[in-house]
Design a protein around this ligand. Sequence first.
Ligand code: ASP
Length: 349
Amino acid sequence: MKSLKILFLTLALLAGALLEAKPRVHIIATGGTIAGVAASASSSAYVAGQVGIQTLIDAVPQILDLAEISGEQLVNIGSQDMNDEVWLRLAKRINEILASDRYDAVIVTHGTDTMEETAYFLNLTVKSAKPVILVGAMRPSNAISADGPVNLYNAVAAAVTPQSQGKGVIVCMNNQLLDAKTVIKTHTINSDSFEGGPFGIIGYVHDGRAHYLQAPLNRHTVNSEFDVSNLTEFPKVGIVYGYANASPLPMKAFVEAGFDGVVLAGVGDGNFYKDVFDAAVEAQKQGVQIVRSSRCPTGPTCLNGEVDDSRYHFAASLDLNPQKARILLMLALTRTRDWRQIQKYFEEY
Ligand code: ASP
């Protein structure tokens, strides 16, 4: 009789513990202004990537009300120094964490300069439907009205909201939730720098909960065919900027340096100055894949619009800006050299 009582008590305690169990969120810190320190609270001079993960967590004890939090420091850099090696480590580490039953979501703290690139890269290479949220800050950690703590709180709120699952990698900045494919940093210093351009935000965070307005339609995460698990490096892809009277030298230099692909941040609908166009035709003949994109902040770069892509075997980036087109081309070139297949990737991802 007594042992039965103990059994029931144990079961009741277990059930209670399970009911109260908070989602387990793991934070991977990579640096950025969220971990930056300024000379003084009112100074605009600061160095990114100075404080560690535990300091970031300690600054927002309220996140412990939302989730069980753990953290690790992957690197501590300004995101202007983000690179292939860190991307590979980051994607592999996130895949390892999310494959485990012990974790429900991952947050990556990141500098804002290249946050959109890392978000899109992870969107194509993370193999899990569990939430992956990127967060940063526009003001250093010791600034007046630092935005890091509230952004981190909102990121945790988004990570524990069940509707965040299956939406691909999400950027959480300034109370807003943005899709990895469309998010852009639009302002050099303002805290409301991140936008989804004409596609808008996909949701917002309020009172410790994420609310969604729309979901991304492109392929991502569990539906992405790109796999970095056995990769140690990427094909080399550069970007050439378009402008009036542009020099063909950067295009030629990339070809001579043995690059595998070049994205053109073209004028208008992905147009090139005539000398750059000739260099691009030559590059494509030599097996360097050209993808046309645009320096315009909005609007697609259309296939076979003003440029006869089918004739030259160029691909068009459609809705991807040059820096994200570079990432898709880099991953595409790990699988194929066929320009038609590469164009298909730009249609799907
Ligand atoms: N340069 C910084 C970085 O990207 C800017 C920021 O985080 O806001 O790391």
